[in-house]
Design a binder for this molecule. Structure first.
Ligand code: TA6
Length: 293
């Protein structure tokens, strides 16, 4: 059964043995396995009952990144918006020769009354998860189905499971200016990113569509190939912030890194009747991404 659906979770299984799992709560992908090796981090303390955003996986940030700021209409919305805390529908599934696909939908009628009042726009989101033997694509399409334009941020807030945060490099963002939310300043990225403490960095308008998380010791890694997503957030809470999250194990920061592709530096304006899409293709990588110029 390429795509099964039970207990509010869709399970995608590829003939190669690769698999993925997506909770309808938030359409949160919580597992991607290749050769039976998990590539996605979910905290052992994650709450999966729909009462709180899942700590891990690929939470979907929409329509605002972080906390909206007055007087913007998103100011009163929950942190990172309502998409990750709403119950999506499994729209359809299919399996072609080399891929297994599931599509999930969220629209105005499916979000809470409170969020409808806070964000009074007719929208439709379609989230597509396409699993191949050694890659997975996650694509979000945003449709403005109302008569008023709206603007939005979005982000695929991907938590990657890694051997050791202090021995990974994030390659492909050299030469890009980023907002360092820890130091509260803007910095120019020189060379690869390494994790030696809390990291919370927003890279806007990245040059290369390819970003790699390289495991230095294991010679392995994961590559992100981005389309229509020009900003990348890199986050690791490290000791203090990890200790402050009830749904995050104190030592778990060693085995995760968030490399999150999206559109967060600016709001995207979407006219009535308009559509937008952005996607990432994740693949295992053994080679190093060629540095952008
Ligand atoms: O994407 C990084 C970030 O914005 C961090 O600042 C941190 O807040 C993280 O998201 C997790 O946010 P959450 O609301 O899921 O606790």
């Amino acid at each position: 059964m390429p795509v099964s659906h039970q207990n509010n979770k869709a399970v995608l299984t590829h003939p190669s043995g690769a698999s993925a799992e997506v909770y309808l709560y938030g359409a949160t992908l919580t597992s991607w396995k290749v050769a039976n090796k998990e590539r996605i981090f979910v905290s052992e303390k994650a709450i999966l009952d729909g009462s709180k955003a899942i700590r891990g996986g690929i939470p979907l940030v929409f329509p605002v990144f972080g906390k909206g700021k007055a007087p913007h209409v998103t100011a009163a919305l929950p942190q990172h918006g309502f998409a990750r805390i709403s119950l999506w529908k499994l729209l359809n599934s299919s399996d072609e020769t080399n891929t297994v696909t599931a599509e999930f939908g969220l629209d105005h009628s499916l979000i809470s009354e409170e969020n409808r009042k806070l964000w009074p726009f007719d929208f439709s989101l379609v989230y597509t998860v396409k699993l191949a033997a050694d890659t997975i694509e996650t694509k979000l399409r945003v449709h403005n189905v109302g008569d008023k334009s709206f603007d939005f941020n979005t982000l695929l807030h991907t938590y990657f499971l890694i051997p050791d945060a202090s021995s990974v490099k994030v390659i492909g963002l050299s030469g890009v200016d980023y907002v360092d939310k820890v130091l509260q300043t803007t910095v120019h990225q020189e060379g690869d990113i390494v994790i030696k403490g809390e990291v919370d960095s927003v890279y806007a308008n990245v040059k290369s569509p390819d970003v790699q998380i390289s495991y230095v010791a294991e010679q392995g890694g994961v590559q992100l190939h981005l389309k229509g997503l020009n900003d990348v957030v890199v986050w690791n809470p490290w000791v203090a912030k990890a200790a402050g999250m009830a749904d995050f194990g104190n030592e778990e920061f060693h085995k995760m890194i968030c490399v999150e592709a999206g559109q967060v530096a600016e709001f995207i304006a979407l006219a009535a009747g308009g559509s937008w899409e952005g996607s990432q293709v994740l693949s295992e990588s053994q080679r190093t991404v060629v540095e952008a110029g």
